[in-house]
Design a protein around this ligand. Structure first.
Ligand SMILES: Nc1ncnc2c1ncn2[C@@H]1O[C@H](COP(=O)(O)OP(=O)(O)O)[C@@H](O)[C@H]1O
Ligand SMILES: [Mg+2]
Length: 233
């Protein structure tokens, strides 16, 4: 289990997260919702130990072990995978090359063959370069890359951003399959209905604070809540 406890972090002097506490257990999808600029990306970057924003106080535990003082690669080795916002790939590297540059670091890691089995579309595009892939193919490659680091908990920052509806459904079904395999997923989303289609639990973040925690049905039946924090009428 990933436990984030009372975490504060800041960009320079500007505090961005205020006593944030979040848990993700194996085999569940936890949605992190909130309007633009509220601190979603800052939270996943803080968990990954990327240094910006900088963790000031609080604890981040994986299976009871402290991650909060570790460099990013050791956090990844501890079983936390990360799919950054914007599906950053190398424009001139092929699909295969993107996967080959990741070593298999642990026995949990997926092989290139397993990635191609899970995403047959990528196997068909094996020699295409990053800049020749569609949005959905790029997202599959970004997810496939993260699985090669052998995560038990996956942090996904807006995986459906900018995707066509049919591709959003494909990503949702991928997330559900990963959950069936026992992965825990922290799913950052702007797309409320996509997140609610797959999430087991929900957190809402507002200016760097968790302001609500509950179940998808509770959120969807509370117009006030959706309007106040998500701007949905
Ligand atoms: N590199 C940065 N330096 C300074 N402030 C930043 C930086 N990145 C984001 N911020 C600020 O932190 C706040 C939260 O941003 P972010 O975590 O990206 O929000 P979200 O992912 O929810 O849209 C915003 O006010 C944003 O302007
Ligand atoms: Mg963001």
């Amino acid at each position: 289990m990933l436990e984030v406890i009372d975490v504060c972090s800041s960009y320079g002097q500007a505090q961005v997260l205020h006593q944030v506490s979040v848990q993700v257990r194996p085999g569940e999808i936890v949605a992190l919702l909130g309007r633009n600029g509220m601190g979603k990306t800052s939270l996943v970057r803080t968990i990954m130990g990327l240094g910006s924003p900088m963790l000031n106080s609080g604890s981040i535990l994986m299976k009871g072990q402290h991650l909060d003082a570790l460099p990013s690669h050791l956090i990844s080795n501890a079983g936390i995978g990360y799919v950054p916002q914007g599906r950053r790939l190398f424009p001139s590297l092929t699909v295969l090359e993107h996967l080959q540059i990741l070593e298999n670091k642990s026995k949990r890691s997926w092989s290139i063959e397993q990635v191609f089995q899970a995403f047959p579309r990528l196997a068909e595009r094996i020699h295409h370069r990053g800049n020749q892939l569609s949005g959905g193919e790029r997202q599959m490659l970004a997810i496939g890359r993260s699985l090669m680091t052998g995560p038990e908990i996956l942090l996904m920052d807006e995986p459906t951003e900018g995707l066509a509806p049919v591709t959003v459904e494909l990503v949702e079904s991928i997330l559900e399959k990963l959950r069936e395999q026992g992965l825990g997923i922290l799913l950052v989303e702007q797309n409320l209905y996509s997140a609610m289609a797959v999430a087991n639990r929900v957190y809402i973040i507002e200016t760097g604070q968790i302001v609500w925690e509950g179940l998808p049905d509770q959120l969807l039946s509370d117009q006030d809540l959706m309007q106040r924090y998500l701007g949905i009428h």
